[in-house]
Design a protein around this ligand. Structure first.
Ligand code: AMP
Ligand code: ZN
Length: 476
């Protein structure tokens, strides 16, 4: 049976409106999407990967629904400050400059190295490549232009070579995060900045200190752009004044995305983004996994312990993106088991070849897609898939007649939506054939033949283990 794509409406939770909404793009059939990318001063950790897997899942789901998605994932190689979690994120030191100094390298060399690493991790995690990866340092002209527009419109001002956005000039400030100026006034007290009119104003342009190697000429002197203006300028360049979806981790909501909205809407006079989607954090021992806390794991740590990037992806799918997820090795072990269960079912179905009969995949598939369409409920979709796997294995064990082609098609579709690779550690076809023959001998209670086949499997370098989900092959 060939499946036709169903165009069921996609429901997404919008951080801006704080409710689930039916997704409707600006332009029929097309989606413009911007995902905040890495700051390339260090290895990305698996918390960052949760954010990238999330945006990849959004994109895969929309493409599955038939949309043509244009995804922009930026590379931040200047302007992201060490104190990004303090107030407006414009104090401290530039992360790239700091690292370059520590390693006696140029910021460009640091950026090239960690950007390469990032792309390698993207491939390992089976993230679909973005359509473009704009680097901040290559778009300073566009940023300067945008800042000039903001100054001309009285939304920004210059003082001593720094340029600040005037938060009081934008009535919508605080809508995304809830940090309206009223709220901020009663909340944390900020140290007065000598050049800011209002302590909550944020930097669009910073005067470069003498030791700064990255600096550009501007109408306000030699300097460098603030982190927030980068994403506004680059999204405008590649997706236009208004676009459909912007993603990021929950820490991006404030100040980064709040600032992006203010800058973009004041510069263009148009609504910026329709749907703001944020994944919650990956935690370790109840705390956000982060580079600055040093409590992070990289993909190498995962692989070293015998897990694959696909196992990690499977782990991420087991929690809803809007729930925090505590990283544990036990959780990863369970994810690996789930991945193996699905892979072994795929092998068994392929080996079983064509068979006809009732379509046992039809109902689970419908439920699976409904879960994905409901704000990407991946844990529910995964549990439906695992239930289906149990049912299909039972049918195979019992030699029940069923539509194997449809079952294979459903598995493939689910793997595609989940972005799961079929890992090549699975046994070669001749060994799988021996295992299938052994299973059939075993079920016929011909134990002599079954033992003989087990020996042949062993001789080929594999062991066979009988589990509730059917026989499992493992490399010796
Ligand atoms: P950064 O390189 O710090 O700019 O982060 C890149 C992306 O990873 C951003 O979208 C962050 O919100 C996201 N991120 C950072 N830490 C975590 C975490 N522990 N869990 C999930 N997402 C994260
Ligand atoms: Zn950004």
């Amino acid at each position: 049976m060939i499946y036709v794509q169903c165009f069921l409406p996609m429901i997404l939770y919008n951080t801006l409106t704080k409710r689930k909404e039916t997704f409707e793009p600006i332009q029929k059939g097309k989606v413009g999407m911007y995902a905040c990318g890495p700051t390339v001063y260090d290895y990305i950790h698996i918390g960052n990967l949760r954010a990238y897997v999330f945006s990849d899942t959004v994109r895969r789901a929309l493409e599955h629904e038939g949309y043509e998605v244009r995804l922009i994932r930026n590379i931040t190689d200047v302007g992201h400050m060490t104190d990004d979690d303090i107030a407006q994120g414009d104090t401290g030191e530039d992360k790239m400059e700091k690292k370059a100094r520590a390693e006696h390298k140029s910021p460009a060399d640091i950026a090239a190295f960690y950007e390469d690493y990032f792309h390698g991790a993207e491939t390992d995690m089976n993230l679909l490549p973005a359509h473009f990866y704009p680097r901040a340092t290559a778009h300073v002209t566009q940023m300067i232009r945008m800042i000039e527009t903001l100054i001309a419109g009285d939304h920004a001002y210059e003082k001593n070579g720094n340029v600040f956005f005037d938060v009081t000039s934008f009535a919508g400030y605080g809508h995304l995060s809830g940090n309206t100026l009223e709220q901020l006034k009663v909340g944390a007290r900020l140290e007065e900045h000598p050049d800011k009119r209002n302590p909550w104003d944020f930097a669009l342009w910073l005067k470069a200190p003498k030791e700064h190697t990255m600096h550009w000429p501007s109408p306000w002197g030699e300097g460098y752009p603030g982190w927030h203006i980068e994403c506004s300028a680059m999204s405008l360049e590649y997706l236009g004044d208004s676009f459909d979806i912007h993603t990021g981790g929950e820490d991006n909501i404030f100040p980064h995305h709040e600032a992006e909205i203010a800058q973009s809407e004041c510069a263009t006079g148009k609504p910026f983004v329709r749907y703001w989607l944020h994944n919650r954090h990956l935690l370790v021992d109840g705390e956000k996994m982060s580079k600055s806390k040093g409590n992070f794991y990289t993909l190498e740590d995962i692989v070293e312990k015998g897990y694959s990037p696909t196992d990690l992806r499977m782990l991420f799918l087991s929690a809803h993106y809007r729930s925090q997820m505590n990283f544990t090795w036990d959780g990863l072990a369970q994810a690996k088991k789930n991945r193996e269960t699905l892979a072994s079912l795929a092998d068994r179905l392929e080996d079983a070849g064509a068979s006809t009969g009732p379509d046992i995949a039809a109902e689970p598939r419908e439920k699976f897609l409904a879960a994905m369409e409901d704000d990407l409920n991946t844990p529910l979709a995964l549990s439906i898939l695992l239930e289906f796997s149990t049912a299909a294995n039972t049918a195979l064990d019992r030699k029940d007649a069923f539509d194997a082609k449809s079952a294979v098609a459903f598995l493939k579709e689910a793997f595609g939506l989940f972005g799961l690779k079929r890992e090549k550690e699975s046994a070669p076809p001749e060994v799988r054939k021996l295992a299938a023959l052994r299973e059939s001998a075993r079920l016929d209670k011909d134990f002599e033949a079954a033992d003989e086949l087990r020996d042949q499997i062993l001789a080929a370098g594999w062991t066979v283990e009988d589990t509730a989900q059917g026989p499992k092959l493992k490399k010796k």
